[in-house]
Design a protein around this ligand. Structure first.
Ligand code: GRF
Length: 185
């Protein structure tokens, strides 16, 4: 099967990256992870990339300079698809436009509800009945692009930030891979 050359952007733990790597190693999963981009040199997720011998590109703090270097890097790896898997930095409009191919993000709420940061705290405060995760295309506005799929669960009275995070992330792992299959079919 012809696989899409994919770059995964991370900032932290990389548990989504882990599942993506495992799935991409299956012969019938439609992506090959050629590169990991990370804006935090201490991110735990970098260890996963190393373990599976995936090249990593660490960004420095100067956004403009990083954008250009990143675009050159992506071109050199012939990247067709970017997956944002816990990338905690907003991509510049210029970068999104210049890349010109699909960028997909995973967000820990049922978009369009709770865009942005600290989602679990806000979900609890609003006494939501259900929550979950959303996989969507990235456009130039924050957490706003076309939704590919959402998965949800009902909240329990006993839920707290830790339990909501755990339940949401457990949904995310399948949601991300399902969304990739859906858009590449
Ligand atoms: C995920 O919950 C994702 O929704 C959010 O950041 C988290 C990343 O977790 N954008 P991990 O690094 O994949 O473990």
């Amino acid at each position: 099967m012809v696989k899409l050359n994919t770059c995964v952007f991370i900032s932290g733990k990389g548990s989504n990256l882990r599942r993506l790597i495992l799935n991409s190693n299956k012969y019938n999963f439609p992506i090959k992870i050629k590169l990991v981009v990370c804006n935090n040199k201490n991110a735990e997720g970098l260890k996963l990339a190393k373990k599976w011998s995936i090249p990593c590109f660490i960004l420095n703090k100067k956004q403009g300079l990083s954008d250009n270097r990143m675009l050159i890097k992506l071109k050199s790896y012939k990247i067709d698809l970017i997956l944002l898997a816990g990338y905690m930095k907003i991509l510049s409009k210029r970068f999104i436009r210049s890349f010109g191919k699909s960028i997909i993000n995973i967000h820990p709420s049922l978009l369009p509800k709770f865009k942005g940061l600290n989602t679990f705290e806000r979900i609890l405060k609003k006494k939501e009945k259900k929550t979950g995760c959303t996989v969507h295309f990235v456009n130039e506005k924050l957490d706003d692009g076309k939704i590919i799929l959402r998965k949800f669960f009902y909240l329990d009275k006993k839920d707290n930030v830790t339990s909501i995070k755990r339940k949401t992330q457990n949904l995310e792992y399948n949601a991300f891979s399902e969304a990739i299959i859906r858009v590449t079919r």
